[in-house]
Design a protein around this ligand. Structure first.
Ligand code: MN
Length: 194
């Protein structure tokens, strides 16, 4: 089973002016495609893993009997594939509020604005490439953190809910070094929350 690039569920320019069309196109067709290709290349060396769902491989990465370099490739490129596949679907040209999620966030963080403040801090403070995450842990409890590179929360058996890509490739063309401006604009592109 080859992994494939999922189609973007909207046009490349659909998130303008918050995220520009050129960034979306390169991000999807070049960056995400490369994660898919390199994940497939690593799995091609281990046909016994071909039918295992990616989530399952990520959760059990430490126990797989494969060379360290291939584990690293699955961690990086499998993570990149999982992370971006989620990222495209939580954004959209129109708000599609997830009311159950809103209620849960209000219960855990007090308010949506307080959640956004804490999440923004994690995303802004993350040093170098990586992602800010809202996840549910093994007990279903929300956790907020950032992870480096393409590390997926699934590596920790956490379920990603909201992820924000803070690699420069996600914002540099429009925002250059101004990551805080990108984060501020991104809340408009995130369709799940008001
Ligand atoms: Mn990215």
């Amino acid at each position: 089973m080859k992994h494939t690039l999922p189609p973007l569920p909207y046009a490349y320019n659909a998130l303008e002016p918050h995220i520009d069309s050129r960034t979306m196109e390169i991000h999807h067709t070049k960056h995400h495609q490369t994660y898919v290709d390199k994940l497939n290349a690593a799995l091609d060396r281990h046909p016994e893993l071909a039918e295992r769902p990616l989530d399952d491989l990520m959760k059990n990465l430490a126990t797989l009997s494969i060379p360290a370099a291939d584990k690293k490739a699955i961690r990086n490129h499998g993570g990149g594939h999982l992370n971006h596949s989620l990222f495209w679907t939580i954004m959209g040209p129109r708000k599609e509020i997830d009311q159950a999620l809103v209620t849960d966030i209000e219960k855990s963080f007090g308010s949506i604005s307080e959640f956004k403040r804490q999440f923004t801090d994690k995303a802004a403070a993350h040093f170098g490439s990586g992602w800010a995450w809202l996840v549910r842990d093994e007990k279903g409890k929300f956790k907020l953190y950032s992870l480096p590179n393409q590390d997926s929360p699934v590596l920790k058996s956490h379920a990603p809910v909201i992820g924000l890509d803070v690699w420069e490739h996600a914002y540099y063309l429009k925002y250059q070094n101004r990551r805080p401006e990108y984060i501020e604009a991104w809340w408009h592109a995130l369709k799940l929350l008001p």
